[in-house]
Every structure is written in C-alpha cells, then in structure tokens.
Design a protein. Structure first.
Length: 437
C-alpha cells in the first residue's frame, strides 16, 4: 500500500488482508469484523484495495442519500454486467442519469395502476394450479411457484399482448430458464444472449407500430426520449429490458416465498391478514390500487418479511472521490460494503431481531429514520420497482390467501443462500390446503 493511503484517518480493522465477496463466507467475515472492531471497519483486501464495512444507520444514510455522488457501484457488479449489459442497475454517471430520467415516468403510480389487471391475471392462474395441487395432495416447491408467478407478471407487463402472441406461442416459454436456474453462471449468461435476438425481433415490430394506446413497459421504454429528444437505441433498450426482467422478478419472487413460509408458522398474523383482505379486497372484482392502499397490515407483513430476508442483502459501492464519514476518511478507490441483512437484524435497532413481528411497522411506531431499514436501498438509486412490487405482492396475497392455507413439511428452519440475492439454500416445499373444500 502506498504511503499516501496511510495518511488517511482509517477506522480500526485487522492487520492481515481479508477476502470479501458476495457469499456466505463474506457474511461470516463481516459479522466477525463488526463484533471485533465496531460499526466502522477498514480492511485491506488481498489486492491491496481498501474496503470499509459500515454498520451504522446514520453513515449508511449519508452514503446512499447525501453523498451518493461520491460513489459508484462497487465490486460484484461486473458479474451482473455480463448478464445485464449496461442497464440501470449497473450503469453509473451520465449513462445512468440519462436512463433513469427516461425510465422513471414508466414507474409513476398512474402507470403502475394500468398493470393491476395483469397482476390479478397472474395470481388467478396460480389459484387454478394450487387448487389442483391441493386436490391431488401434492406438495409444490414454493420457490418455483412464486418465481413462475413473478416471471410471468414481469413478462406480461413488459410485452403486453406480445407475451401470449409471440412468447408463449414459441411452445416453451424461452424465458422460463430464469425461474428454474437461480445461478447466474456462464450457462445462464449464454442463454440470455440468445434471447436478445428474439427480443430484437419484437422490438423492431413494435418500433414500426402505433404505440399511443399501449401501456406496457416495452411501449413506454420505446417512446421515452432524453433531453436531446433521442430514444434508446436497440442495444440500450435490450440492456434495460433484461435489467427489468431480472430485477423485477427474482426479488419479488423470493420475498413472496418467504412470506408464505412465515405465514405457515404464524397463525395469528395470517388471521389478521385474512380479516384485512376480507374487508379491503374480498374477491377478484374488488382488486384495485385504491383497495391495495387500504391494506396497511399486509404492507406491514411485507415490510417485516423484507426486514428479515432482504433479497439484496449486501450492497457495494466504490468511492470515486474523497469522502469523510464520522471522524474517518474514505479515499478514492476504496470499496464500501453495506448490509441490509446485518443492519435489519441488529439488536440495538430492532429488539428481538430474529422474531417475525409485523407490528414493528405500525404507522404510530417511532420515526423510521432512527432504524436502519433499506431493502430497496435509499437515495437516487433506490429501487424503481418498489411501488410495483408492493402492489403485486398485495394482490397475490389477496387472491390466494383466502383460498389456501400453507402447511410446512419440515420443522427445520431453512438455511440461507447468500449470493447476489438472498434465498433459501434448499427450496421450500409447502402443502396447500383448501380453506373451503
Ligand atoms: C421485493 C422486491 C424488490 C426489492 C427488495 C428490490 C431491491 C432493489 C435494490 C436494493 C436496488 C438497488 C441496488 C443497489 O443500489 O445496489 C434495486 C434497484 C432496482 N430495482 Fe428493485 N427490488 C425489488 C423489486 C423490483 C421490481 C418489481 C422492479 C421492476 C418492476 C425493480 C426494478 C429495479 C430497478 C430498475 C433498479 C435500478 C435502479 C437504479 O439504479 O436507478 N425492482 N432494487
């Protein structure tokens, strides 16, 4: 390490280098570092690069909100880049700013409300499948079920009528491997590349068609223009669509799988949800964004599931200019590690942190600012799909929970798999029981 770096005021940390990735060993290493050195830890990676692990609510907010312009996306995103090109999640600086400004209007509440019917449609098709499982006594894999639901929904909301007419018309859905194979290894990257030609054909036809009355994401992305009046070119559009597919289904799918698992062990919470659904959204005809907004307890349940199991459990950033945190300096080039998973389970902020208790999110509770909670990140790079995903998950629960109770097949708590997304190491199997056979 150069002397220049040694001049910076560094938080405490170990003398020997520490390897950090995005995996279970990293969680173990970060937990040990926090326990030994406190909420701000500095380590040197084997490459000689400095890494700061920040486990303090105030400083996390500062990095993601007020000082965000001093940071870019950090290590781990190169792998995502192989899959998503330079789409919104991985891009930085002007490329990101231009795309975010062009795409953001597609996620306005008004536009997302146009997608409520698609959300109902996907939940209803799951109802039929679960009914068959319940009647035949089969025990489905809940991870596969929620993945199918969320993938079908994101494809339907992107491609609209083309989903049925062009994608399902292929015989086998060419995107289904995304739900079946949760690894994002080279095999998946190659398959995604093959999809790009197929998507290009749809894009070309759409560019030549009248889009004025079409409200799917593809049409909105095609019509979006930057400050110079320029639309996305084909490469940019493909990167943004792949980003939307991958960002939009895996996170919601994992969250729903955890919600079903948690409800299968908490009858009291389940009953309160059923009461609220009976009042706000008792049947498919009452599905609407207005009624979803009244489902405040369901919102709390979802927030609590995301506290315990934040799909994006570790964020990384890389400092592009000097920053100051508390009494320490962050030199340019240093990596930052922030973990919603660890902060969401820190006793000092969340009493009995491992307990599932949706009442923590009651509106009357103390201001949220004091408690580190950032499953969707914070600041300008905050998730664009947050509102979409709460609406999707509420409609999913409203249409399925009154029909099915889920029964656990094992008393063992699922072990976690900590890759780019947090999920259970082994898939979870739950048995659907019809409430009114
Ligand atoms: C429970 C569901 C979800 C969770 C927990 C979640 C979480 C996140 C997080 C943590 C980020 C920021 C990552 C970082 O800065 O390193 C992010 C970004 C993003 N998410 Fe989500 N997400 C969810 C659902 C969705 C959905 C349904 C969509 C689209 C329909 C979506 C689209 C995006 C996009 C486009 C970005 C990039 C934003 C930017 O960098 O400007 N997400 N999400």
């Amino acid at each position: 390490m150069s002397n220049k770096i040694n001049e910076f005021r560094r938080p405490p940390g170990p003398g020997a280098p520490v390897a950090l990735g995005i995996d279970a060993e990293t969680l173990k290493a970060l937990t040990e570092l926090r326990d030994q050195y406190g909420n701000m830890v500095c380590v040197e990676k084997p490459s000689g690069r400095l890494a700061y692990f920040i486990n303090d609510a105030h400083e996390v907010r500062r990095i993601l909100l007020r000082r965000h312009s001093k940071y870019r996306k950090g290590p781990g995103f190169e792998r995502v880049k192989m899959l998503l090109g330079n789409g919104l999640i991985v891009s930085d600086d002007d490329v990101w700013r231009r795309s975010r400004t062009m795409i953001q209007p597609a996620f306005s509440r008004q536009n997302v409300h146009q997608l409520v019917d698609a959300m109902s449609q996907c939940a209803i098709s799951l109802t039929d499948r679960w009914q068959a499982f319940a009647e035949s006594g089969k025990t489905p894999n809940i991870n596969v079920e929620t993945s199918d639901f969320a993938l079908q929904l994101i494809l339907l909301t992107i491609f609209g009528d083309d989903y049925e007419e062009r994608i399902l018309a292929q015989g086998e859905n060419p995107f289904s491997f995304l739900a079946e194979d949760s690894t994002r290894d080279l095999g998946v990257v190659m398959k995604v590349r093959q999809l790009r030609n197929f998507m290009l054909e749809i894009i070309a036809d759409r560019r030549n068609a009248d889009q004025s009355e079409v409200y799917d994401f593809l049409s909105m992305y095609i019509q979006a223009t930057d400050k110079q009046g320029q639309p996305f070119n084909d490469k940019e559009l493909l990167d943004e669509l792949m980003t939307l597919i991958v960002a939009g289904f895996e996170t919601s799918a994992n969250t729903l799988a955890w919600v079903w698992y948690l409800l299968s062990g908490h009858d009291d919470v389940e009953q309160r949800l059923l009461d609220e659904i009976a009042e706000c959204m008792p049947d498919p005809g009452s599905v609407s964004a207005e009624n979803a907004a009244r489902m405040t307890y369901t919102q709390q349940v979802l927030e609590e599931a995301l506290r315990l199991y934040p799909p994006v459990w570790l964020f990384t950033r890389r400092a592009c200019e000097l920053d100051e945190l508390d009494e320490f300096d962050v030199p340019p080039g240093a990596d930052i590690y922030l973990s919603p998973y660890l902060l969401h389970r820190t006793e000092a902020y969340w009493p009995n942190p491992d307990e599932f208790d949706p009442d923590r999110f009651e509106l009357s509770d103390k201001p949220k600012k004091d408690r580190p909670y950032f499953p969707f990140s914070l600041g300008p790079r905050r998730c664009l799909g947050e509102y979409f995903s709460f609406l999707e998950m509420k409609i999913h629960l409203a249409l399925l929970l009154p029909k099915f109770r889920m029964m656990r097949c094992s008393d063992e708590e699922p072990e976690l798999e900590l890759a780019i997304n947090l999920r259970s190491r082994d898939d979870i199997y739950l048995k659907p029981i019809l409430r009114n056979p």
